[in-house]
Design a binder for this molecule. Structure first.
Ligand SMILES: Nc1ncnc2c1ncn2[C@@H]1O[C@H](COP(=O)(O)OP(=O)(O)OP(=O)(O)O)[C@@H](O)[C@H]1O
Ligand SMILES: [Mg+2]
Length: 298
């Protein structure tokens, strides 16, 4: 994959300054319903962001999956990425820790910075980047190792523990934070793959947080979990927000409303609207957002 640095913007990006649309009884006629424009409605640009993406296009061979995406992600916030299947949520999320590097047909242009640093710069080591920007996938993917070694893997790789007892402490704390410790404390040497699906997902979350990432990307992390395991993960997300930045893809509107402060609505590869989560769910400004949240699409 290559990043087309020539596409970097030379002018400061202008936040969309379109005035709020007025509320009337006939919402459909007052809302923007344009899907041809690349302009995102709402607060996609914020001050002092953790992550900043500008004019990002993503292609798989000749097929464009993301169109001119410009979105900031704030510090200590949870941002929900929502939208119909195939609209580019996972693709966008993967641009943030260069997971798309592993897909040969994938090409990205535009600019993505983490704390002001271009993550596609030659100087950026993708392995270190992925320790700073961890990812939890929809399908749990524990390593074929013990529960302990799954969580200890990253801290060992990055030399985060000087002694065995320091490593034990990191493993235990990570398992506790992921709400799994009590269920596995007597079988830490058993294989991670032998856990239930929900337990495996929490193991993967423990593995992600074990290296104290700055940002955690979650791609439908709870879609295969029961309501109890889901509640544990949602609680965890709320706690993690104190120290980390989280971007979560979810198909559950209730989940987005429960865990996130801001929401971005994606539609056919474009970021249509971004705003405060309660505003997006109660008073969306774009017709496409309204159609989606009211169940008329997707
Ligand atoms: N590895 C790939 N190779 C080719 N095309 C891909 C690849 N991954 C995704 N795409 C295409 O890019 C577009 C966006 O897909 P993406 O997986 O990002 O959507 P999504 O919003 O995450 O969907 P879902 O909600 O179903 O997970 C789709 O048209 C998809 O077919
Ligand atoms: Mg996806």
């Amino acid at each position: 994959m290559s990043i087309n640095t020539s596409a970097k913007i030379s002018q400061p990006f202008q936040a969309n300054t379109e005035p709020m649309l007025e509320e009337t009884s006939n919402k459909a006629t007052t809302k923007s319903s344009d899907n041809k424009s690349d302009i995102t409605i709402g607060e996609n640009i914020i001050e002092n962001p953790k992550f900043s993406t500008r004019n990002v296009d993503v292609f798989y061979d000749d097929k464009q999956a993301i169109f001119n995406a410009s979105l900031d992600i704030g510090r200590n916030e949870v941002i929900a990425l929502i939208g119909p299947s195939g609209c580019g949520k996972s693709t966008f999320l993967r641009t943030l820790n260069r997971m798309n590097d592993t897909i040969p047909s994938c090409r990205i242009s535009g600019e993505i910075t983490l704390d002001g640093e271009n993550i596609y710069d030659k100087k950026m080591d993708p392995v270190l980047l992925r320790a700073r920007v961890g990812m939890v996938f929809q399908k749990a993917n524990p390593f074929p190792k013990s529960i302990y070694d799954n969580v200890a893997y990253g801290p060992r790789l990055h030399g985060l523990a000087r002694t065995n007892s320091e490593l034990d402490e990191i493993v235990i704390t990570s398992l506790e934070k992921a709400g799994l410790f009590n269920e596995v404390k007597d079988r830490l040497t058993a294989p991670g793959t032998g856990l239930s699906g929900g337990q495996q997902q929490r193991l993967c979350i423990a593995r992600t947080i074990s290296v104290s990432p700055e940002v955690i990307l979650m791609d439908e992390p709870a879609s295969a979990l029961d309501p109890i395991a889901t509640a544990i993960i949602e609680e965890l997300i709320d706690e993690l927000r104190v120290n980390f930045t989280i971007a979560i893809v979810t198909h559950s509107m209730q989940q987005a409303a429960r865990v996130s402060q801001r929401t971005a609505y994606f539609h056919m590869g474009k970021i249509i609207e971004v705003g405060n989560t309660s505003q997006i769910f109660t008073n969306p400004r774009h017709q496409l957002t309204e159609n989606y949240i009211t169940g008329k699409f997707g």
